[in-house]
Design a protein around this ligand. Structure first.
Ligand code: OSB
Ligand code: MG
Length: 373
């Protein structure tokens, strides 16, 4: 039985080693809401809310998620007995629209708690089958094609199995072309536009077909499926959807309409592990590969993502870069690492498989509040 006694909500500020620029904005530090869930027996589990400061990726923000957790979501689950973590999502989702990143933070915390209580790795509880996962890197928009080439070459040398290049109008064809030219035909390259184009750009985007990209992620508007289907008919490069897939039904619609051939699953974006697993299973049944995206998570969120990415239909390298790619020092011990062949190891120890560095978290904390039932 899972029954929460309290949730410690804590906001930390974690500076990025270098700014991360995508078509819709730039990030220099992460404001991260950490949840410490404590049950009636004193068992503790951690989760992370991946909402950003501004609503330029998702409508959810750090502040709106905090509000949703405090006012509407935590009161529904505190003190309530759940037989399994699968029972949590329906309680969080009933008659509360949106706020998926807030719901996900709580729901994923319950999964972590269930893993702690059963003393099994989170990956095993979720149905993971892999011991190691291929890692990709996501490179932000740079000032010049040369600067991007330099970073992409370093990533390839480091062993990354997939290199994602952020693009926007004015920093696309020339940039991707320069990287392809420098890294050669075998390098696993993809582009991510974060909604920067419209269907009127179809001819322009078709120029990318020449570079044999593994995929192009979310070229069009963040809620669109119909125009992506039209664009996919005009591109040879597979479209992968990120922002547009916010639920199981949206994944079903993508498949029905042909809006893309691959899905980037971020558990925070879809409301947590239950929906992520449903999307995973749906895609597996349709021969659609999925991969685990990232939101510049701390080591806590990374533990959740690595566990999810160990499921069998996560067949493409995930945005699961090691701690040192983002932070001077992470908030977990050990930090997340990648070996020279570009693999991250799925922890075999119970729960998240990493310990939260409480002193480090304390140093980074901006505010804390305790929610009780
Ligand atoms: O579109 O995948 C994206 C980060 C913030 C917001 C959106 C995206 C990203 C990334 C980061 O690409 C990937 C990572 O965590 O390494
Ligand atoms: Mg993306």
């Amino acid at each position: 039985m899972l029954r929460l006694e309290r949730i410690e909500l804590r906001e930390i500020r974690l500076p990025l080693r270098e700014p991360f620029r995508i078509s819709s904005g730039v990030l220099t530090a992460r404001r991260i809401t950490l949840l410490e869930l404590v049950d009636a027996d004193g068992v503790v589990a951690w989760s992370e809310c991946v909402a950003e400061e501004l609503p330029n990726y998702s409508p959810d923000t750090a502040d709106t998620s905090l509000l949703a957790i405090r006012e509407w979501l935590a009161p529904r689950v505190l003190g309530r007995a759940f037989a399994t973590p699968d029972d949590v999502w329906p309680v969080l989702d009933a008659d509360i629209r949106g706020h998926r990143m807030a719901k996900a933070a709580i729901e994923m915390g319950f999964w972590a708690l269930a893993a702690e209580r059963a003393a099994v790795p989170l990956a095993m509880l979720l149905g993971g089958t892999r011991e190691r996962i291929e890692v990709g890197i996501s490179l932000g928009i740079q000032q010049t094609p040369g600067a991007l080439v330099e970073r992409a070459a370093r990533a390839l040398a480091d062993g990354y199995r997939k290199i994602k290049l952020k693009i926007k109008p004015g920093a696309d064809i020339e940039y991707i072309g320069a990287v392809r030219e420098a890294l050669g035909p075998g390098a696993p390259l993809m582009a991510d536009a974060n909604n920067a184009y419209t269907l009127a750009d179809a001819g322009h985007l078709a120029q990318l077909d020449a570079f044999d990209l593994v995929m192009i992620e979310q070229p069009l508007e963040h809620e669109d499926l119909v125009r992506h289907a039209e664009l996919q008919r005009r591109l040879r490069t597979p479209i992968c959807l990120d922002e547009s897939i916010t639920s199981l039904h949206r994944a079903e619609d993508m498949i029905a309409l042909g809006s893309g051939r691959i899905i980037n699953v971020k558990p925070g974006r879809v409301g947590g592990f239950q929906v992520s697993r449903q999307i995973h299973d749906l895609c597996a049944a349709h021969g659609i590969p999925v991969w685990c995206g990232g939101m510049l998570e701390s080591g806590v969120g990374r533990a959740h993502n690595v566990a999810l990415a160990s499921l069998p239909n996560f067949r493409i390298p995930g945005d699961l870069s090691p701690s040192a790619r983002y932070w001077e020092r992470d908030i977990v011990m050990p930090e997340w690492t990648m070996d020279a062949t570009g693999m991250v190891t799925v922890p075999g120890s119970p729960g998240l498989g990493v310990a939260v560095d409480r002193d480090r978290v304390e140093d980074l904390t901006i505010r804390v509040e305790t929610l009780r039932h």
